[in-house]
Design a protein. Structure first.
Length: 118
């Protein structure tokens, strides 16, 4: 049973930083891609970043390039999202997700709120 648990969200002022963590359990993730998404009420879920657990290759959507960094700690089975230079428009519920190579994301965390005040 795959379980993804996010932590590290909260309230921060614009220009500040937060680091989100996703604790992954239930299997070995070496054949998985891990991603971070966010969703604002009334809008579609947006993919922000992903990392190939095995190779470490990363992807970022344009809106977060240069501000967010995704990484993984294989020893702790944790995926991190370092978020710097936060803006009010980054306010959303953030989700961690996992997908086997070549498949859609089918494991999701419960989500965690990030609020950036102006």
């Amino acid at each position: 049973q795959v379980q993804l648990v996010e932590s590290g969200g909260g309230l921060v002022q614009a220009g500040g930083s937060l680091r989100l963590s996703c604790a992954a359990s239930g299997r070995t993730f070496s054949s998985y891609v891990m991603g971070w998404f966010r969703q604002v009420p009334g809008k579609e879920r947006e993919k922000l970043a992903s990392i190939n657990w095995s190779s470490g290759n990363t992807y970022y959507t344009d809106s977060v390039k240069g501000r967010f960094t995704i990484s993984r700690d294989s020893a702790k089975n944790t995926v991190l999202l370092q978020m710097n230079s936060l803006k009010p428009e980054d306010t959303a519920v953030y989700y961690c997700a996992a997908a086997q190579f070549g498949h859609a994301y089918n494991y999701w965390g419960q989500g965690i709120q990030v609020t950036v005040s102006s």
